[in-house]
Structure formats: C-alpha cells, structure tokens
Write a protein of this length. Structure first.
Length: 441
C-alpha cells in the first residue's frame, strides 16, 4: 500500500509538471504565431484574428490579449494590469480580469506566455482545467489500483496466515508429543521449495532423529550394563544363600550374610527395573493387553501388601465400586505399577500414616489411585520424580533406587495413559489414568 501511494504521488507530480509545461508551450506557440501574424498582416488583422479566436473558442479555456505599445485599450478577452514577456502563471480575478464577464472563472489558474513586439505585447493563456481533469482520472486510477492491491494483499495474507497457522499448530502438536515422551513423532515435510517454516520442521525432524537414536543407544547401554552386572550378582547370591543356612555359622556372621543378601536383592531389583524400563522405552516389550477388571488387581495388591503395611505401622485400606472397572491392559504390568505406588507410599510416609487404594471409572477411562496422608511431594518436584534415579532425598540415606515412579510412568505410557501426581492435602495422590477397552495402544 505504501509503495502504491508513493508511486501514485510520484506519477501525479511528474504528470502535473508535464501538463503544466505542455500548456505553457501551447500558449507560447499561439503567442508566437500571433506575433508573426502581426508582423505580416498588421495590427488590424491581428485584432480581427484575436476577436475570432475569442468569439469561437470554448468559453474561457484560452485567453488572448494585445496591449499596444503606445498605450490605449487592449484587445482580446482578458485585461492585464501589466503586460509581460515569457511564461507566467495567472489567476483570474487577481492577476487579470476576463471579458466580457470579469467574474467568470474567478480563481481559475491559467498558464500564459507573453511576446513583446515593436507594436506591443501579445499574451496567450491556457486554463488548467485539462490538468484538473487529468488529475481526477489519475487519482481514480490510483484509487482503483490501490483498492485492488489492498484486496489482493488481504486475500494473499489470509491464505498465507491460515497456511502458516496450520503449520505452526502442527509444530506445536509435534512438540507436545515429544514433550509427552513420543520421540518417534515427526513433522510433515511438504514437497517443493522450502520456506522458513518448512526449514524449521525439517530441522526439528533431524533433531528428533538424532535424539531418538541417542536415547535408544543410552537405553541399550543401560540395559547391557544392567544385564551384565545382574548375572554375577545372581551367582554371588547363590553362593551366599547356602552359607546363611549353615548351622555352625556364628550369629553375627549370619546377620552380615543376610544383610548382604538383602542388599543384593535390592540391587537386583534395581537392575530388573532398568531392564524393564529399557524394554518399554525402546518398544521391545509387547503390551499383550486384554480386558481386565481393575478391582481384582487392586484387591490382590491389597491382600499381598497388607501384612507389610501392618508390620511397618501403616493403615492400608481398599475402596472399590460395586460395578466392574474394565480396561484393556496387561494385568501383570498394571499390578507391578500398583505395587510400586503402594511400596513408594509405605517407604516415604511415617508409621501411622493411612494409605488408600481405589479404582473407579472416570468419563471414558479408568483411574487406579494410591493416596496417603504423609508429607507428600512439593508441586515443583512432581514432574522430576518420574525421571530415572531422581530422588527427593538428596543424601540418598533412605532405601530405594529412584526408579519406582519412572517405571510406573513408563507402564502408563505403554498403555496410552499417564501417571498423575496431585496434592491429597495432606499427602500425595498417585493415579494411573487409563483409557477404556479398545482405546489403548
């Protein structure tokens, strides 16, 4: 729009200057022609010619004046207070008066040319109406052109904005999927020339390919290390366990061996968790889901861990609805996830705390929850505790590997669900939120 306005202004200025110059040259040509008429035919013929031109001209579009050198009345259809030579810009009513009607065309601008001869001055003036008419045509042309340019610009801008908004939304969805852990997600790369957004999508895809490859290598390295170390630990346990059963073994030695066996079990459990996490994250674990009543899983876990909770001084309760809570899941994996949640609550709440297991249908999905009234987890830490080896206990003085919630979150993602951590006021609620049968992948 700005370019069109600038171009129109320049065109108008150039056209006006050209038209003014052309009017001045026309006036000059007529004045010089009349001067030649005067020189060849005399004053009377000149006055007669001026009279004819004035009488039969188109109104006051062209003005003529002959001012005698010796003074006296001038001839023509305008009266000049003072004759002149060369170009001059005249305004009717100010610089000259019109004949026979002095008020006609008052304020009209004329472009004049004066020629001095031995017998007097000949002045011819052309009105500027032609310029005004041409300006009107030019302004209308610029207005129509500018309107068309604005309309075309708006249509192109809307089309480009919609296209870019769609692609930006696609990039946001892609980043949301990656943030949710889907490193296999890729943006759609369009064929043809690449604009800025296409280059951004291509760069994101290349980054995701490298990131996915690095994560897979890291997961494979973790799995390899866990597998290689688990085997000697198992052999060591098999050697120590018979020693702990010897009748002739001193009690302090037996206690040390039992403590070592417990430590080995904890290390082996950590390695098992690493192996399982690696299998889930690399897609090497088949889901093998089937419709399952989550009430049965909750009841089995409650019965299995109730003695452990009573021994540690915790109150473990179970809350189940009368109707089945069906979801298409791998029951072994969901049971393991629920066990991890309950054990996590037992480990991080003081004796006397209450821990409640519940299962219920929620909208089109299901929710399997473990809630306690312990110290809970600060809101700013809840996104971090699902990372591998992350622990709120920075000193790591308490037992645990920092893999329990990581494994639960991985199992939830494998089922197409999520792990939700929320405030129980006081305490923490950890919930597996899963979809309905047939909706999981």
């Amino acid at each position: 729009m700005l370019a069109a306005l600038v171009a129109g202004t320049i065109a108008w200025a150039l056209m006006r200057g050209e038209l003014e110059d052309r009017l001045g040259q026309d006036a000059r040509a007529q004045a010089e022609a009349l001067a030649q008429e005067l020189a060849s035919s005399g004053r009377d013929e000149l006055i007669r010619e001026i009279g004819i031109e004035s009488a039969f001209g188109d109104g006051h579009d062209t003005l003529f004046a002959f001012v005698p050198a010796e003074g006296g009345p001038s001839a023509g259809n305008m009266t000049l207070p003072q004759p002149f030579e060369g170009p001059r810009r005249l305004v009717a009513g100010r610089d000259m008066t019109l004949r026979p009607d002095p008020g006609a065309e008052e304020g009209e601008v004329y472009y004049a040319w004066g020629v001095r001869t031995g017998q007097g001055w000949i002045v011819v003036a052309r009105d500027s109406q032609w310029i005004a008419d041409s300006e009107e045509v030019l302004i209308k042309s610029i207005a129509w052109g500018l309107g068309a340019a604005v309309l075309a610009t708006l249509l192109l801008a809307v089309a480009a904005a919609r296209r870019d908004a769609r692609r930006v939304a696609e990039i946001n969805r892609l980043l949301a999927r990656v943030a949710a852990g889907d490193l296999a997600a890729r943006g759609h790369e369009e064929a043809g020339p690449r604009d800025d957004l296409a280059q951004v999508i291509a760069g994101i895809n290349a980054m995701l390919e490298r990131l996915e490859a690095n994560v897979e290598r890291l997961a494979q390295v973790s799995a390899d290390i866990a597998h290689d170390l688990r085997s000697p630990l198992t052999r060591l346990r098999l050697r120590l366990e018979p020693q702990a059963l010897r009748q002739d073994l001193p009690e302090d030695t037996r206690a040390a061996i039992v403590a070592s066996l417990e430590s080995l079990d904890g290390i082996a459990a950590g390695f098992d968790a690493i192996l399982q996490l690696s299998q889930i994250e690399t897609g090497n674990m088949a889901l093998e889901a089937r419709p399952t009543d989550l009430r049965q899983i909750a009841q089995d876990v409650h019965e299995m861990l109730l003695p452990v909770a009573e021994e540690s001084g915790h109150a473990l309760t179970l809350s189940l609805p009368p109707d089945p809570v069906i979801a298409e899941v791998n029951p072994e994996l969901v049971s393991q996830a629920l066990v991890n949640l309950v054990e996590n609550a037992l480990r991080h709440t003081p004796p006397g705390a209450r821990i409640a297991i519940s299962a219920r249908a929620e909208g089109k999905g299901v929710r399997l929850s473990v809630c306690d009234d312990g110290p809970g987890i600060p809101a700013e830490e809840r996104d971090k505790v699902t990372r591998r080896f992350y622990r709120l206990d920075r000193s790591r003085s308490r037992p645990g590997t920092g893999l329990g919630l990581s494994l639960v979150a991985a199992i939830a993602r494998l089922h197409g669900g999520r792990l939700e951590l929320s405030d129980n006021a006081p305490g923490l609620c950890a919930a597996l939120v899963l979809g309905p049968p047939g909706r999981l992948s």
